[in-house]
Design a protein. Structure first.
Length: 364
């Protein structure tokens, strides 16, 4: 069997990383070979013209949006090569952009040292640019330097207070440090700062979606604190608990509308709905079981494989709403998902009861 070190080594040198290394080596090799033949032939090297730079960057951006990092980094390097002959204020923004993207690609590939080195080139161009500060914060975060990362994100917000990504990343840091009030403040600002749900290639979803997901989780952490209070809950406590629970569900529903089927959102929302349904069942003396039934219906709509929800609905129909036909439908679904002998026996019993009821109705 392979040792853990061998397995770790294989995972580190993934196929994508080998491709990226190959492209970079190819670029270096091209430069060396070109220099060799230039010396032999006495000809001057002919780098790509400046007019090609914007084309390289546009093509690189398209590949970056698709997260085709190998092709993207190759084209960004080609763009930078064209600027070697003329670094002017006119092409400063393009040079900054290309350097930042290369640094970000290195960061995504796990090459932290290379990412920091390339970020320095961007910093030479505009050291206080918000994107330079933002990426600097990410690299500090990846190093585990959370204080420095926080300072960089706050510096971004000093320049652009509505930067949704900086607010979101700060929220994550505060949430990880159990500073839930501060985290919720920044997540809320991130949501407000991304009303159009802008696509960010390096993230699995827009910031407006991710901030809603994490804000919901932060509210749940705040809810847990009420469970450990060494005093009786007041009416104000109960009102706040209800608000946080309701707001968590609303946030997840909004996120799911923009990112349908995202597993983290579905799982969190299903979990919250189970909590709500169970609470409604406990209040059955004052609330009809139909309320809980509606919540279980929402759960199976989100995830049709939720056996527990189908079983809960079956029990409500059979024992409380006295609708054996509907209970039979629910148990058949349960058995389809989990073919256990117990469920088959219940189905057989219900089929007999339904048949008897139909017979009695026919006699009338």
């Amino acid at each position: 069997m392979e040792s853990n070190n061998q397995i770790e080594k294989k995972s580190y040198f993934s196929f994508d990383r080998w491709l990226l290394y190959t492209e970079i080596i190819a670029i270096i090799g091209f430069v060396v070979i070109a220099a060799f033949f230039t010396q032999r032939g006495g000809a001057e090297p002919k780098p790509p013209s400046l007019s090609q730079a914007k084309t390289f960057i546009a093509e690189a951006d398209a590949y970056f949006d698709e997260q085709n990092l190998v092709k993207a980094v190759f084209l960004y390097w080609q763009a930078l090569q064209t600027f070697e002959t003329a670094k002017t204020e006119k092409n400063e923004a393009d040079r900054l952009h290309a350097n930042l993207r290369i640094a970000e690609i290195y960061s995504q590939s796990g090459w932290l040292k290379d990412a920091k080195s390339r970020l320095e080139y961007a910093s030479y161009i505009q050291p206080k640019h918000e994107d330079v500060l933002l990426l600097s914060g990410k690299l500090f975060r990846d190093e585990g330097s959370l204080k420095e990362a926080t300072e960089q994100y706050l510096a971004v917000l000093e320049k652009k207070p509505n930067n949704s990504e900086a607010h979101y990343l700060l929220g994550v840091l505060y949430q990880g440090n159990k500073q839930y009030k501060e985290a919720s403040t920044h997540y809320t600002a991130a949501i407000k700062g991304d009303p159009e749900f802008q696509h960010i290639p390096s993230e699995k979803a827009p910031i407006g979606v991710l901030a809603r997901l994490q804000l919901s989780r932060t509210y749940n952490k705040m809810l847990q604190r009420y469970r450990f209070l060494d005093r009786e809950l007041t009416s104000e406590d109960m009102a706040e608990i209800s608000r946080l629970e309701a707001q968590s569900i609303i946030l997840l529903r909004e996120a799911l509308q923009k990112q349908p089927g995202m597993p983290e959102i579905v799982n969190d929302l299903v979990g919250l709905l189970y909590v709500r349904a169970n609470a409604l069942k406990r209040e059955a003396a004052t609330r009809p079981y139909g309320d809980a039934l509606q919540v279980y219906e929402q759960i199976v709509e989100l995830d049709p494989s939720e056996v527990q929800a189908w079983q809960e609905m079956a029990e409500i129909y059979e024992s409380y709403l006295i609708d054996k036909q509907k209970a039979l439908e629910m148990y058949r679904k349960v058995y389809e998902l989990e073919p256990h002998a117990t469920f088959l026996a219940i189905i057989k019993s219900l089929e007999e009861d339904v048949a008897t009821e139909d017979k009695d109705v026919g006699l009338e």
